[in-house]
Design a protein around this ligand. Structure first.
Ligand SMILES: Cc1ncc(COP(=O)(O)O)c(C=O)c1O
Length: 408
């Protein structure tokens, strides 16, 4: 089926403002069905969770609905879906909980390709317990994270391997399944950061080999909420710090305080939106979400190929990394211009691109680019078009001037 990008764009009210959003990696625009679901949940009588009265039962339904939706998106069980305010908060909860059981001499493996949200919580939990941190390195030329190095990094003392399923800086999609196999052979757990990868294609908890997988709904057309999924049996054996009277059952045990019930309605609506991206898809919501994301992925790849080719054609642009398997995300610099200046100049022209390190702290540190402002990032989402790419390339040409040099 040809991906009907015009139809998809019509599902996003914010796109009528005319900006070209190449900042989906930082947060996508919100689908209309999400806005309506959140507003609907706010308009309706809702209480805190209670079985005693209807508004209270609505709150219970909103939580259950969001768990079911996220489970469909990731191939998880609803009772294995922990909901939370952000991927960072959820990863800290898991790191503190697991780290409480670590001892000096235990080891944790993190990667320098990851967003800091899947690095620092583990490093700090290791510091608190006396465990040793070992680092997986990326190849600076290609931006790959070679899976083979984990054979040396993982030992019988490894308790946890944290790795990204998609770099939010340069798009690299590491061979997580191979890394997880190495980790599991040594008895280690694997925490996978799916925040950047999940919006860009079908995801399956089991085939990734992840014990824990985290995603943020605001990267896939939804509200600012996140979820971490695992087999319920994995959660069952863990004891997080928690209030005495709060629910002790899994997955509630890992959730702090009263959730934003209306935003949970938005999470469910966002998954429904993804499940509608391929109007010809049939089957249950999981199957339709997979089909929708596969159709979106093909479209994103076509748009991204044009962007990559256009950047490669311009000698005044330096692109970082060339990973073989990647999400549609690229970091680059324009000769003679600080990334902040490039992004601001593009912003003046209605082109939205992030700049800096976008919390891919270790990557930019390792590349020696942090001190000089990082890079500019263009990420493609399913509502982006080839025309928007051409607009971006034309604006880069205009800013670079006839000699290919930036004005400042
Ligand atoms: C790859 C990746 N991991 C984690 C995060 C953190 O997500 P959150 O803002 O939900 O904490 C981000 C946010 O940009 C990200 O891109």
């Amino acid at each position: 089926m040809a991906f009907d990008v015009a139809r998809v764009r019509a599902a996003y009210p914010a796109l009528t403002e005319g900006f070209a959003h190449f900042d989906g990696a930082g947060g996508t625009q919100t689908a209309a069905v999400v806005v309506e679901a959140v507003a609907g949940a706010m308009r309706a009588a809702t209480g805190n969770r209670s079985t005693a009265f209807l508004p209270g039962r609505r709150a219970l339904d909103l939580v259950a609905g969001a768990r079911a939706a996220v489970a469909d998106l990731l191939g998880a069980q609803p009772s294995g879906v922990v909901l939370g305010p952000s991927a960072t908060a959820l990863t800290y909860t898991l790191a503190r909980t697991l780290g409480a059981g670590w001892r000096p001499g235990d080891e944790v493996v993190v990667s320098r390709l990851d967003h800091d949200a899947n690095v620092r919580p583990w490093v700090q939990a290791a510091q608190a317990s006396g465990a040793t941190v070992r680092w997986a390195e990326f190849d600076p030329a290609t931006g790959e994270l070679p899976a083979g190095q984990y054979a040396d990094l993982v030992t019988e003392r490894t308790r946890l391997v944290a790795v990204t399923a998609g770099s939010n800086a340069i798009g690299t999609v590491p061979d997580v399944a191979a890394i997880a196999k190495t980790a599991h052979a040594a008895g280690a757990l694997v925490c996978v950061d799916g925040v950047h990868s999940v919006p860009h294609g079908p995801t399956d908890l089991a085939s990734l080999g992840a014990d824990f997988l985290v995603t943020s709904a605001y990267k896939w057309s939804g509200p600012h909420l996140a979820a971490m999924v695992a087999d319920p049996a994995r959660w069952e054996v863990l004891r997080p710090a928690k209030l005495v009277p709060s629910a002790d059952a899994v997955p509630d045990r890992f959730e702090y305080g009263t959730p934003s019930f209306p935003l949970l309605a938005g999470v469910t609506a966002a998954v429904d939106h993804l499940a509608g991206l391929d109007p010809e898809a049939t089957g249950d919501r999981r199957e339709r979400a997979r089909a929708g994301l596969a159709a979106a992925q093909a479209h994103e790849e076509a748009v991204f190929d044009r962007l990559l080719a256009g950047l490669a054609d311009r000698p005044f642009v330096t692109v970082y990394g060339s990973p073989a398997r990647r999400c549609p995300t690229v970091s680059f610099r324009v000769a003679g211009a600080a990334p902040a200046h490039t992004a601001a100049a593009l912003g003046e022209a209605g082109l939205c691109l992030s700049h800096g390190d976008y919390y891919a702290y270790e990557y930019f540190e390792g590349m020696g680019l942090r001190g000089s402002g990082g890079a500019v990032r263009a990420s493609v989402y399913h509502y982006n078009t080839v025309d928007e790419v051409d607009r971006l390339l034309a604006e880069l040409d205009r800013l670079a001037g006839p000699g290919g040099r930036m004005i400042r």
